[in-house]
Design a protein around this ligand. Structure first.
Ligand SMILES: Cc1ncc(COP(=O)(O)O)c(C=O)c1O
Length: 330
């Protein structure tokens, strides 16, 4: 990318994108309903209206075929989430955005070091965001980054990041004092958190290889069981290199999913569901969301369960999880 600015969270990095794009009341942003709250809230904070799109049933990423139909004269941006670190269908989406002159923002919270057609996720949109929350591959507890891929956003990005001042220019010796020049806030993490993160980036290959091993152990261990029980495993299209962020299962029904979570819990194993459809949340309904608007999101939200997945997970721990899963009555 042209510039990376560490932030206090991915949420804050998303808020910075809304400021950089000067989003205002009346503007619309197309967002997948199967996403984290911040992907909508960051824009709503500035008065923009979220327009919810459904996701593809294979990758759980924004359904690119829906995008054109949701664009109006007020649309300013498309927000992408590379769910589980697997890239969206970027070629057709970037083409629609180019034709309609829309900004693309990649919420790449899951996708650091993943690739689409050999190019890193987070380098396609004009702006992209990362998360270093404790649940991510690389973490400083709470943290994030704004990735800037177009030069025109760098100077103002730094100003917004530095409380609306040109302090970055002052530090580089480009101005002899710094002052208030634009809107902004304090989006910087402390040096201590940055140092904590840097040590993990130094170990990037080891961390990613460990996560690949964990992901593949789950996939190999559960493939036959899933086939026999009507459970679907994650799908990674051949044009994507995934970021090995998450391993999820799609259970046959909500009831089966709840039984599964409860059974694992009885064995002391934490498995969790994921996003609730944004369009059906209290806020989403205020923007007109209704049952049936995004059927894939609604179904997947009921069926998904995520398995334990952390950098220190041992092979023995993982084998135990798999053995317990074999005994769950679906
Ligand atoms: C796709 C996505 N975007 C954004 C966030 C928010 O990240 P943060 O907690 O760093 O603000 C999350 C949280 O897990 C997420 O899953």
């Amino acid at each position: 990318m042209r510039k990376a600015l560490l932030t206090t969270s991915c949420t804050h990095a998303l808020e910075m994108t809304a400021l950089l794009l000067d989003l205002k009341p009346g503007d619309e942003v197309v967002i997948p309903s199967f996403a984290f709250v911040s992907a909508a809230n960051a824009f709503v904070l500035h008065g923009a209206r979220p327009v919810f799109a459904d996701v593809r049933s294979d990758t759980l990423n924004l359904d690119e075929k829906q995008v054109a139909g949701l664009i109006t004269a007020n649309t300013r941006a498309i927000v992408l989430v590379h769910y589980a670190g697997v890239g969206c269908e970027l070629d057709p989406i970037m083409e629609i955005a180019r034709r309609r002159n829309l900004a693309v923002i990649e919420d790449n919270a899951h996708g650091l070091f993943g690739k689409y057609l050999g190019k890193y996720l987070g380098t396609f949109g004009c702006l992209a965001t990362q998360s270093f929350h404790e649940t991510k591959n690389f973490t400083c507890g709470e943290g994030g980054a704004l990735l800037v891929n177009e030069d025109r956003y760098i100077e103002r990005g730094e100003i917004i990041w530095q409380k609306g001042t040109n302090r970055c220019q002052f530090f580089r010796g480009e101005v002899d004092k710094y002052s208030w020049v634009d809107v902004g806030s304090s989006y910087l993490p402390s040096d201590m958190l940055a140092a904590f993160l840097l040590a993990q980036f130094d170990a990037r290959d080891r961390i990613q290889m460990t996560r690949q091993r964990i992901w593949e152990h789950y996939y190999g261990g559960l493939k036959d069981w899933a086939g026999r029980n009507g459970v679907r495993l994650p799908m990674v299209p051949p044009n994507c290199t995934q970021a090995y962020h998450m391993f999820y299962l799609l259970m046959p029904s909500r009831e089966a999913r709840q039984r599964f979570i409860a059974c694992l819990e009885r064995h002391g194993i934490l498995s969790v569901f994921h996003y609730l459809p944004l369009h059906l949340s209290d806020m989403g309904r205020r923007y007109g969301g209704a049952t049936g608007d995004c059927p894939v999101t609604e179904r997947v939200s009921d069926q998904i369960v995520r398995l334990p997945f952390y950098n220190q997970m041992t092979e023995a721990e993982q084998s135990r999880v798999i053995r317990v899963i074999f005994d769950v009555e679906i």
